[in-house]
Design a binder for this molecule. Structure first.
Ligand code: ADP
Ligand code: MG
Length: 291
């Protein structure tokens, strides 16, 4: 009798845009006590837009041009924003030696110059001190620094937006008895703090490398009460390892990467974080009927 009820439950969920890859995942969903979220692309849209360009050693157009070209082969949402802001109009740039560093940024050689685009951490590893500006300090989005041949060249401010249902998603989880809602991000603390406040997650950790996200999830797995489970929700960009480590890996289906969709136990077809609460309710109902 168990398989039949679970089939019905999985079928019902799929009609609501929630793909559950097996009855055992419904069990884990019903017992969630900890839900860990990635920020970019999960709680926020992850479709960044260039807001301002602050060049220092070259002009604005040239700074954007270099940044867009360094990001030519990257699938990161920041790369997409930079490329959109600088459509390659019959460009004859030669881009070689591309090296993307997860959670930091990207470096490439463009027409003989080594250009690096990334966050404070990336600049620190290059031994470059990024110049902060007044606008950046109050800015809610991400600041991307650019260095050319080891010299600081300026920065680009890019903004992201909270998903409409992000706050509701966290509220509903709390109401269903999920005690811990945690946000993990590679973004800087200020940007993370604002999203944490706006959504009401119980805790957040910023400036994390992909490996740091795994250690946080391992700590939270140890912390949770026995008999309960932990879910990680992500879009799969830099977070496939954590998706695999959680009791339930939940991936965004529309924007998410193919690798994430494959690694996940549950896929939210419309990328709405509020579907997690619905998945819990459907799972609890299915298990109740099965018993
Ligand atoms: P999140 O944890 O929010 O999903 P990521 O781990 O994907 O973020 O990236 C963390 C940070 O690393 C970004 O906020 C950005 O500063 C930097 N970064 C990562 N990849 C790139 C890239 N291709 N270009 C520029 N910056 C990048
Ligand atoms: Mg991410």
């Amino acid at each position: 009798s168990i398989p039949l009820t679970f089939f019905a439950g999985i079928g019902g969920a799929s009609h609501k845009g929630i793909l559950i890859k097996g009855g055992n995942h419904m069990d884990a969903l019903a017992k969630l006590s900890t839900v860990v979220f990635d920020k970019t692309g999960t709680l926020t849209h992850g479709s960044f837009e260039v807001e301002a360009v602050h060049p220092e050693t070259i002009d604005e157009k040239e700074l954007l041009h270099l940044a867009a070209h360094v990001e030519r082969f990257s699938t990161h949402p920041i790369a997409v924003a930079l490329r959109n802001a600088y459509p390659n109009e019959a460009d004859s740039c030669v881009v070689t030696d591309t090296k993307e560093i997860a959670g930091q940024g990207i470096t490439a050689v463009i027409n003989g110059k080594t250009v690096s685009v990334g966050n404070d951490k990336m600049m620190a590893t290059l031994g470059i001190k990024p110049h902060a500006c007044k606008l950046c300090a109050h800015h809610t989005g991400t600041t991307v620094h650019v260095a050319i041949d080891g010299q600081y060249a300026g920065h680009i401010l890019i903004a992201d937006q909270l998903k409409d249902d992000a706050r509701k998603a966290i509220e509903q989880l709390k109401r269903l008895g999920v005690q811990r809602t945690v946000m993990l991000t590679g973004d800087r603390d200020e940007a993370a703090r604002q999203v944490a406040e706006q959504t009401g997650v119980t805790e957040y950790h910023a400036e994390l490398l992909p490996a740091d996200k795994v250690s946080h999830v391992e700590r939270l797995l140890k912390d949770k009460q026995t008999g309960t489970s932990l879910a990680f929700v992500g879009d799969g960009i830099n977070d496939a390892p954590v998706l695999a480590r959680a009791d339930v890996g939940i991936a965004m289906g529309a924007l998410g990467s193919d690798a994430a969709i494959e690694a996940a136990d549950v896929v939210l077809m419309d990328d709405k974080p509020s579907k997690i609460a619905l998945a819990i309710r459907l799972s609890r109902r299915t298990i109740f009927i099965a018993k």
